[in-house]
Design a protein. Structure first.
Length: 432
């Protein structure tokens, strides 16, 4: 079995390599192909990955490639963790938002839109390569904005089986499990717990939690609410959470407390991209050391906790036809009654070898649905813009976004996005 990682030069890569090592008895990968267009970075990260595998008696082969088609050829699974324009583009997104008085974060607001426009054509080209060179392979997209990119894949490459993956639901699940263990005084395996959540990627509301089949949501919710009330600067207004009766995903703070987030941008530098760039310098220096044969502790500073677990558990469940429940980004196809069936949602899904099935879910209440539908309208327009280089769709996407510019500033912001990232947005300039 061959697994291909597109964006293999990412500093996340050693974590997912270790995840495959830990599961090799049940997930018998024989070739792990790390593909990246940055040959120098791939050599450093890939070299460390090869040493890591050797340290564990080489249970599989790690192959490095800068040729996407060769990397994809014959793969059973293709995962993506790429960043078009690398970290410099993320920094540009952040400061683009700041200079217009808007949120520049990499998955929300104008920063997220700029990243999506750069990323969608690259993922559609990858889908085309999978269609021709590894038909039937499962594409697992971890690239942000994961839900929007997966929406574009669903719209423009529906014959390629693709799901979006994010570590945030697993982070929430593990946090809730820890809270319940403290309440109950008992320990439980993660697979005994199940999170009930619904929305869009980075725009979900957690509304239920079971452990060993027992509904413990009320206990977990009250414990989380108590913590919020005790914090000097809580992420969310406790009254807001109390009234919702649900726990919002972290990224909803950009929508619920926008002014606070904008004020934080005034303290840059460093922005988050600049912080990560410094962390990555240190990580790459450690990866390049031939004596380093284990993932360094500083990896956790990079962010993405539980990424390896989320990714490798999903592939393992699919390969072994386990019927496990995983929270994924997928076209819900009627699982939520009354919602447009072509919407990609982040929701619990049953994972089998022949099919990944969204589980039936109750719709969100109006207070949540209104915001979600607002953002989904933006996503549908942004997907069209990114796929076709459609400037009108891009304009309307910015206009539709609840964190976007005012009506008389939309064109100025769009022009800035296109000019700032011109080198990575050929679809918008080809016709001209």
């Amino acid at each position: 079995m061959k697994v291909t990682v597109i964006g293999g030069g990412s500093t996340y890569t050693p974590e997912i390599v270790k995840g495959f090592i830990d599961r090799v008895e049940t997930f018998p990968v024989r070739e792990l192909c790390l593909m990246d267009i940055d040959a120098k970075r791939l050599e450093v990260v890939g070299g460390f990955a090869q040493r890591l595998v050797e340290e564990y008696d080489s249970p599989f082969k790690v192959v490095l490639s800068t040729d996407q088609q060769e990397a994809v050829r014959g793969a059973s699974y293709v995962t993506t963790q790429l960043r078009v324009g690398q970290m410099e583009a993320r920094r540009a997104d952040e400061y683009l938002g700041k200079r217009h008085g808007l949120i520049g974060q990499e998955t929300t607001g104008v920063g997220g839109m700029a990243k999506a426009l750069r990323t969608i054509p690259v993922l559609l080209k990858l889908a085309d390569d999978i269609r021709r060179l590894s038909p039937g392979a499962l594409l697992v997209n971890f690239t942000n904005p994961s839900g929007l990119v997966t929406q574009a894949l669903s719209m423009y490459a529906p014959d390629v089986t693709a799901v979006g993956l994010c570590n945030a639901p697993l982070n929430a699940k593990m946090d809730f499990l820890k809270k319940y263990e403290a309440i109950s005084g008992k320990k439980f395996a993660p697979e005994q717990a199940q999170l009930n959540t619904l929305g869009l990627n980075h725009l979900t509301w957690h509304r239920g939690f079971t452990v060993d089949g027992k509904d413990v949501w009320s206990l977990v919710f009250q414990a989380a609410l108590k913590e919020l009330k005790q914090e000097e600067e809580p992420l969310f207004d406790p009254r807001l959470v109390e009234m919702l009766g649900m726990l919002p995903n972290y990224y909803l703070s950009y929508f619920y407390h926008t002014d606070h987030k904008l004020a934080g941008q005034q303290n840059w530098p460093p922005s988050r991209a600049e912080e990560v760039m410094e962390v990555e310098k240190d990580l790459l220096r450690e990866y390049a050391d031939p004596n380093v044969k284990e993932p360094p502790a500083d990896m956790m500073k990079r962010g993405g906790a539980w990424y390896s677990t989320a990714a490798t558990q999903l592939l393992n469940a699919h390969y072994n036809d386990l019927g496990e429940t995983h929270v994924l980004n997928i076209c819900h196809a009627g699982a939520v009654a009354g919602w447009p069936q072509d919407w990609v949602l982040e929701m619990p899904c049953k994972v089998n070898r022949d099919k990944i099935t969204p589980l039936p879910a109750e719709p969100l209440p109006p207070a949540c649905f209104g915001l979600m539908a607002h953002v989904k309208s933006y996503e549908l327009l942004a997907a069209r813009a990114g796929a076709a280089g459609d400037r009108q769709a891009a304009y309307l996407a910015l206009l539709a976004h609840p964190l976007g510019p005012k009506g008389d500033q939309v064109q100025a912001v769009l022009d800035d996005i296109l000019e700032t990232h011109r080198a990575h947005l050929p679809q918008f300039f080809a016709a001209a």
